[in-house]
Design a binder for this molecule. Sequence first.
Ligand code: NAP
Length: 308
Amino acid sequence: MRNVIIIGSGPAGFTAALYASRANLEPLMFEGDVPELPGGQLMTTTDVENFPGFPEGVMGPELMERMRKQATRFGTEIVTGMVERVQFEAGGHTVVVNGESHRARALIIATGAKARLLGLDNEKRLMGHGVSTCATCDGAFFRDKPIVVVGGGDSAMEEANFLARFGSKVTVIHRRQEFRASKIMLERAQKNPKVEFVLDTVVTDILGDKVVSGVKLENRKTGETSELECNGFFVAIGHTPQTEIFRDVLELDDEGYIVAEGDSSRTGVAGVFAAGDCVDHTYRQAITAAGMGCKAAIDAERYLESLD
Ligand code: NAP
């Protein structure tokens, strides 16, 4: 029986591992396997300029490698494998990985979220080279350059407004006339002189050899096709939390995010804590996920103390 098992190896998981291992809890971490990259969303990011402590910026994969080293330095054990099933019991929680059962008194879930993608081949190929799913992270790379944002929800409006601070022009491409975005967010984007809208339109391809140079568009009503020049291509069509395996055992909200108690990382099950993007639909930053991982480790430590 372990003290703590951590599921997930993004910033939330590694920060929880760092704190738990420094508290001598000897945590066991499960990191994803193909197709889920260990290390989370930062593994598909290039320059990270907004993580404190790296004034020159740091590449996403390098940042994750550093977090990994720091967590293992204090005794975190890492096993690669996708968690298949969990079972919660008062005497200890069970995690099944690669057909094997592992038990722990406390469990920290940090499985993250996945930005939804359009599913175009070039979207994957040019990810981190003009294609992005995070305006806060990558907007500043497109100063005075034309930018495209796809989506018609609050995220797309928020990203369009934010990106207008950098880009020469921001074009929002949305697949229909009606918006899912709230009125206030939509109006803010519509009033922004740098933001233009192209409606009833889908992106059929992303152009560019090494970096994005434009997109191919198709009007869904007329069938007309066109090309639009851009250097930044931001996909803002929502996120999916990776919480499917917890559906029957934890309280999830309508969108599938794990529900935590108030400002803590405690879920409705004693000894089960959650941190990072699998809980958070608002901030979704590496640094906020790391902060939540720290909270989860402290909550788990206090829980274990209360048992002892
Ligand atoms: P969302 O509300 O689900 O909107 C997703 C948008 O992407 C929709 O307009 C949808 O089009 C479009 N879309 C989905 N799949 C697509 C595809 N394959 N191709 C083209 N377009 C596609 O997601 P969200 O904007 O990320 O917002 C999620 C939640 O977070 C919402 O509750 C939102 O209010 C909240 N949020 C709030 C704030 C804020 O208040 N500051 C900021 C961001 C997000 P259709 O409309 O045609 O389905």
